[in-house]
Design a protein around this ligand. Structure first.
Ligand code: PTJ
Length: 256
């Protein structure tokens, strides 16, 4: 990533690089201005968890990969921010799990849909859904109700990232399993999802690709064991406990 001129030795290298990717995505018309704000909220939570994939999230990643591998019609839902931050990993995860990719936007314009599809194709996607749609999510009033009949509409498992809040609930009431990657464990999406991965998409997605490569060799029974034993409320409570522990350790250090 020479093009961004950030010294590798900078202690905030990775974080600065992500900002550059989001800003570049904004200038290219992939990311909306509101996406810059959403990224900042994510950064704050990432700072609090120590900018690492915590063991509890790694377990949620395994459960999510198991769901994707067991699914009949898995779909990865992509918005502007995720396309700008991790296009290659989205394509790789789709290839490893057989999940379709669908662009689904909160601030939908047909021009942005096209741009994001082209962007993902540059990173190796052969098919990206999103242009053709039906108003297929009953009750949902936002633009995210526009879904492809062969994609999110038909999906049994949907991976969502950087969500705005209400779609997860509606997708679940359609009987779908919803996997959410969200750094904020207090968000509506995090609370409503079937599986919540409290991690940065830039760390979670590459890990999901790696685990999918390994777990593809597992039997259905072994994968099913992971999904059937999972409880998302317990997972969310572990995330909050982790944050509390980190904050009290920090307070302790300051008192020393
Ligand atoms: O591209 P569009 O039109 O679909 O619009 C997308 C945005 C992101 C603008 C829209 O979905 C939105 O406004 O999202 P929110 O309501 O700000 O929610 C985003 C959530 O993602 C927040 O809970 C953030 O903490 C979290 N988040 C931000 N950056 C990351 C993240 N989670 C994981 N990885 C990140 N890098």
């Amino acid at each position: 990533m020479e093009e961004f001129n950030i010294p590798k030795s900078h202690p905030r290298y990775k974080s600065l690089l992500e900002r550059e990717l989001i800003v570049r995505g904004f200038k290219e018309g992939l990311v909306v201005p509101q996406g810059l704000i959403a990224h900042g909220r994510g950064e704050a939570f990432d700072y609090i968890i120590g900018e690492r994939t915590i063991p509890e999230a790694a377990h949620a990643i395994d459960v999510s990969v198991a769901y994707l591998l067991l699914a009949k019609h898995p779909v990865i839902s992509v918005n502007g921010n995720t396309a700008a931050l991790a296009p290659r990993e989205i394509v790789d995860l789709s290839k490893e799990t057989g999940a379709k990719i669908e662009v689904n936007l909160f601030y939908r314009t047909e021009e942005r849909i096209k741009k994001i599809i082209e962007h993902l194709k540059k990173y190796g996607a052969s098919e990206v859904l999103g242009e053709k749609y039906i108003e297929g999510v009953p009750g949902l009033e936002s633009e995210r109700r526009k879904v492809d009949p062969e994609g999110i509409y038909k999906a049994d498992v949907v991976l969502v990232m950087l969500e705005d809040g209400d779609r997860t609930e509606f997708l679940k009431s359609m009987g779908k399993t919803v996997i959410a990657i969200d750094l904020n464990p207090f968000s509506r999406t995090a609370k409503m999802a079937s599986v919540t991965i409290m991690d940065n998409v830039t760390r979670a997605l590459p890990l999901m690709v790696e685990r999918a490569r390994e777990m593809k060799a597992w039997g259905k029974e072994e994968l099913g064991k992971l999904t059937s034993e999972y409880n998302n409320s317990v997972k969310l409570s572990q995330y909050v406990e982790y944050i509390m522990k980190r904050l009290s350790e920090e307070a302790e250090r300051l008192r020393e």
